[in-house]
Ligand binder design. Structure first.
Ligand SMILES: [Zn+2]
Length: 723
């Protein structure tokens, strides 16, 4: 309606026969009309003064009024240390790569208060940081923020990131980067805020497996763009089967030592500690499988799980591999911890202590195992390196306790050195932590290890926090290469939980880790959709279903009123900066037939658009879940003058669309709303943004077509972005 009024008046104004006085009066009228209209409009639209979502959630955040504007005249003012200069260069590079802004770095006598400066450094190294801390009563106490904490201050005049140590300052810069909001014209806006932040755990690790990995580019991107961005401070690299060993090419793979060096370098440059891992059993196993060193195989026939614990030749080979790792790490100052693996050695046919040589010793498998661990431990102790190992062979019983009969390896526990770091892994949602068990047995450093289940990460991290564990290690068992792109997004949630545990349960996350992961890996600026260019589509003539359900099960998902979508707002609403028009009244949604909701049309044709758009934003969901990647439906786009030209947009479950009750992992859509059902369960609604390849053509209409899967697709709104 608004557009009709404006175009009508514009047409009148264009008419040259009208006199100037008339135009003036008309202009006034236009102002009154728009004024009236926008006030009505404002009532309808929910305010979108949303603050940026920070991940991990900082400990103390105080938002202010106003903003700091970064433009080409802003400078980065760094302290005198090499680290501070490096951090300044890192920020400079990020601003250049992502926002196309090239800022100058200044230090020493070139630091002026008058300039708009992003100040970086410790107070003792940067006089302007020192001054600002004094003026603002900011005292960096070791006790509160520690080594990894930071204070970030944004005022309209200046930005400051400071801390006790470089690592903390670097984490502060990562938070600052999350606050940047591009306006699109080489200008970035940062909301004013004061953040004081520090982590819950001193060990926040990610384990990466390199089986079959030849190329280091994915691992490097992941470390730089995800691990560092979300303040992970340790990465464990499991390499026994993947490194091209110089001393034993028959054991490894094709990841060159140079490639490994590059990974270590990237990690170190991002203040991330690296822990190499050689699972000793796997190291020799890969040789056995190819027919090498079979004299050392504990089991007489395949699958050859273990090497002989009683044969000194086993250790000669394993320690040669260790020596190579030491050489690779030497230019980077070595490493503090080494992970020896040692999990699951009785699984898949493993029979430790069964060979004639081992039997002749008269020792139990547990005693042989303990001696084996001690040989590795002694090797590393001489080099000043602490050993880490998986926990499972040291416990008996259900779940991950693999130390039970018949080999009873868990009996070795009293013989295991107490300064070995135990990595206690459990991957189920209700993970039974054994951290306290190992602590009671005298192990001071115990780490909880998770994988990708959100409740596994949430529950275990909170248990580990209560047990005062050293930290958390998120293990990843898909190889660290690009074909497994989506195997790693849960790392972001792990990072959030380990920095600030107990704050964001999976179902109440204000973000989807999959979306964050995609954005982080793509390294593109996140731009808000221009409010002035948005137009909505009236879907009310096509709506066939209510968001409300009843006990006849004829609404929403046919699951009853407790599990419906009545809490989702209707009308003109703004979600994450996007204006949507959701039909009010009895029918609010266009839903298609599914195997669970059969009494609906299989397709809805001819949804009228009649406009040009550079993007279309579909606010949609599924009434029920289905298998990941399953095609649940598609949109067919028809162009007005394109004759037969039409485009199909596939809707794959977990990619472009998800169920309203899914709370994470929708990989190509944007979480725009989070709420609760009457049952108290959390729900989330996602928008899928489609880039139109033909923005110059008028989109005449859209067909919405279903595939009759269990997941009935449902369309709430379509918003266009004008070219
Ligand atoms: Zn043996």
């Amino acid at each position: 309606m608004m557009i009709t009024i404006i175009s009508f008046i514009a047409r009148l104004l264009n008419n040259k026969t009208r006199d100037k006085r008339f135009i003036k009066r008309l202009a006034t009228l236009l102002l009154i009309i728009t004024g009236l209209f926008s006030s009505v409009y404002a009532v309808e639209v929910i305010s979108s003064s949303e603050k940026p979502i920070l991940i991990p959630l900082p400990k103390e955040v105080k938002w202010g009024e106003g903003q700091f504007i970064v433009d080409s005249k802003t400078v980065i003012g760094v302290g005198s240390s090499m680290d501070e200069k490096r951090i300044g260069e890192f920020l400079q590079q990020e601003l250049k790569d992502i926002y196309g802004l090239n800022l100058e770095i200044v230090s020493g006598k070139r630091l002026y208060r008058e300039k708009k400066t992003i100040l970086i450094g410790k107070p003792e190294n940067n006089p302007l940081v020192n001054k600002l801390c004094q003026e603002r009563n900011i005292f960096l106490t070791e006790k509160k923020i520690g080594r990894e904490g930071y204070v970030l201050l944004v005022t309209p005049k200046e930005v400051m990131v400071t801390g006790n140590e470089s690592q903390g300052i670097y984490w502060g810069i990562q938070t600052l980067i999350q606050l940047l909001n591009s306006t699109g014209e080489k200008k970035i806006v940062i909301p004013t805020v004061k953040i004081c932040d520090w982590p819950d755990f001193s060990f926040r690790g990610v384990h990466l497996h390199f089986r079959g990995v030849k190329d280091n580019s994915f691992a490097k991107n992941l470390i730089k763009n995800v691990l560092a961005k979300y303040k992970i401070n340790t990465v464990v690299l499991q390499i026994e089967e993947s490194l091209a060993w110089r001393s034993h090419p028959e054991l490894g793979g094709s990841l060159t030592p140079e490639s490994l060096s590059e990974i270590v370098k990237i990690a170190k440059n991002n203040f991330i500690e690296v822990i190499p891992e050689i699972h000793s059993a796997c190291a020799l196993q890969s040789g056995f499988r190819k027919g090498f060193h079979l004299d050392l195989a504990e089991e007489p026939s395949p699958p050859y799980v273990n090497y002989c614990f009683s044969n000194p030749k086993s250790y000669k080979i394993l320690f040669e591999l260790n020596d190579e790792v030491i050489e690779i790490f030497r230019p980077f100052g070595g490493f503090r911890y080494f992970h020896i693996g040692h999990d699951e050695i009785t699984l898949r046919g493993g029979k430790p202590g069964s060979c004639p040589r081992c039997k002749a010793t008269g020792k139990t498998p547990a005693q042989l195992f303990a001696e084996d661990v001690k040989k590795h431990y002694e090797y590393w102790k001489k080099k000043g390196v602490k050993v880490m190992m998986w926990h499972d062979m040291l416990v008996k019983g259900a779940g991950t306790g693999h130390g039970g009969p018949p080999f009873n390896i868990a009996d070795s526990l009293p013989l295991i050195p107490r300064d070995i770091v135990i990595c206690d892994w459990h991957y189920g949602p209700e993970c039974p932590s054994q951290i306290e068990y190992f602590q009671k047995k005298g192990f001071k450093e115990v780490i909880g290890c998770t994988w990708r289940n959100p409740y596994n990460i949430w529950n275990f991290t909170n248990k580990a926090k209560r047990a005062n564990a050293l930290g958390m290690l998120n293990t990843n068992w898909v190889p660290a290469k690009s074909g497994h792109f989506w195997g790693f997004f849960h790392i972001i949630y792990h990072a959030d939980c380990t920095w600030n545990s107990g704050r964001r349960p999976p179902s109440e996350l204000p973000y989807d880790p999959a979306e964050e992961y995609r954005i982080a890996m793509e390294r593109k600026p996140v731009k808000k959709e221009d409010a002035g260019l948005q137009f909505t589509v009236d879907l009310s003539p096509y709506c066939n279903r209510s968001l409300k359900d009843n006990y006849k099960f004829s609404g929403w998902a046919a699951r009853g009123p407790k599990y419906d979508l009545k809490t989702f707002p209707t009308g003109r609403i703004r979600l994450k900066g996007i204006l949507f028009d959701i039909a009010k009244g009895e029918k609010n949604v266009v839903m298609l037939k599914g195997t669970l909701i059969p009494n609906l049309p299989k397709k809805v044709r001819g949804i009228k658009i009649g406009k040009k758009a550079k993007k279309l934003i579909f606010l949609h969901s599924c009434a029920w879940p289905t298998a990941e990647k399953k095609l649940v439906g598609y949109y067919r786009i028809f162009y007005k003058n394109g004759g037969t030209k039409k485009i199909a947009i596939p809707l794959r479950y977990g990619y472009e669309i998800g169920s309203y009750s899914s709370f994470w992992g929708i990989k190509k859509a944007k979480l725009v709303w989070r709420g609760k059902m009457e049952s108290g369960d959390s729900i989330g609604i996602y928008a899928f943004i489609w880039n139109n390849p033909f923005p110059e053509q008028i989109i005449e209409k859209i067909d919405f077509l279903g595939m009759e899967t269990p997941a009935s697709p449902a369309l709430f709104a379509i918003t266009g972005i004008k070219p």
